[in-house]
Design a protein around this ligand. Structure first.
Ligand code: 1HN
Length: 347
């Protein structure tokens, strides 16, 4: 039975003052806040960000602030559940949109949080990660695991915009977030491993299975063209409910980053897709198509390049209208699994 716990106001003023005087506080008035019954109470508020609204402001940042004065020219997405300026869209996930103009470079650094980029528009951008030059094409997922050097460049003609997702809020909370700066990298003169060692799913260079992989992050780039093709074929035989594929480490089958998970989703046109309620928080980036998601009873419309967030244990229904839609889901399931906590509940 749930008992009614005592409040702070019930305690005599002199007792309350004595407590704050020695830097202690009573647990019981706050017990239900930190440990609610049966299910967590999310701070995160589901929200949809329109790319059409953000894009002109980001392009204006290109005129107002040279990249030398920004290091990374980014507008980040603010969780309305946390209020103005919150540098996060959920407890663990940061998302921003970054602009690089033709000829610009964003200087090399390495940091403790992990990042991934999803290319939104423009051709000719590239990221160099630990010496591998990774071309950026629309829809590509490009990893920058914590501890890997990375700088960005742009040899094309039009602005390049990509979405950054980082586990920055988690590292900041851990008081573990910092960066080291360095010179631009001289990239290797060869295509990246997605075009060489890991050209096809199920094939990898020979290696000793009794030893840990030499490179913990062997594949840093997942070209969208391949992902969409795989999803279309999978969806034909996956039954109802759309199709979802995990981005995995091709050597280990583990999630492609330590704390963040990424999946590619195909939402068949006109079909309601209702995933189970999950303990992980999520951010959906729309690659193509349009439709809406009903999240905890509230409808959020979306179209290509938009971003939608969902708190932990959200009841979600996605629906693509008039054509199949493709999305990438960013979530913190891998972190929760490492903590022995991840849960799914029927809706
Ligand atoms: C960062 O290093 C990048 O390397 C982008 O492009 C966004 C947001 C917060 C902290 C570091 C990048 C970032 C970031």
């Amino acid at each position: 039975m749930a008992t009614q716990l005592g409040t702070l106001e019930e305690l005599p003023p002199d007792y309350r003052e004595a407590m704050s005087g020695i830097d202690v506080a009573p647990l019981w008035p706050q017990m239900r806040k930190v440990l609610p019954h049966n299910t967590p109470i999310p701070v995160t508020k589901a929200h949809a960000w329109s790319y059409a609204a953000i894009r002109p402001l980001l392009l204006r940042a290109g005129e107002l602030t040279p990249v030398e004065k920004a290091e990374r020219r980014v507008l980040f997405l603010v969780d309305p559940g946390r209020g103005a300026g919150a540098m996060q869209v959920s407890s663990t996930i940061y998302v921003g949109l970054q602009l690089l103009l033709p000829g610009e470079t964003a200087p090399a650094h390495v940091h403790t949080p992990s990042a991934a980029r999803i290319v939104v528009e423009g051709e000719g951008g590239y990221t160099v990660v630990d010496g591998d030059r990774l071309p950026m094409k629309a829809g590509d997922l490009i990893l920058t695991p914590g501890g890997c050097w990375h700088d960005h460049g742009h040899s094309g003609e039009e602005p390049v915009i990509w979405l950054d997702a980082l586990d920055l809020p988690l590292f900041y909370y851990l008081e573990g977030s910092y960066a080291v700066e360095g010179p631009l990298q001289a990239p290797r003169n060869r295509p990246d491993p997605s075009e060489v060692e890991y050209r096809a799913a199920g094939l990898a260079p020979p290696r000793r299975r009794d030893r840990p992989p030499a490179n913990p992050y062997p594949m840093m780039r997942f070209p969208w063209e391949r992902t969409e093709n795989a999803l279309r074929h999978y969806a034909r035989h996956a039954g109802s409910g759309g199709a979802e594929l995990d981005y995995i480490n091709p050597e280990t089958g583990a999630p492609c980053l330590p704390t963040l998970g990424f999946t590619a989703m195909l939402l068949p046109k006109g079909e309601a897709v209702r995933p189970p309620r999950k303990s992980s928080s999520a951010v959906f980036h729309v690659i193509s198509g349009h439709g809406y998601s009903v999240i905890d009873g509230v409808r959020h419309d979306w179209k290509a390049k938009d971003v939608v967030s969902a708190p932990v244990f959200a009841a979600i229904e996605h629906r693509a209208e008039s054509e199949d839609a493709f999305m990438i889901r960013i979530h913190d399931g891998p972190l929760q699994e490492k903590l022995g906590y991840y849960e799914e509940r029927p809706r």
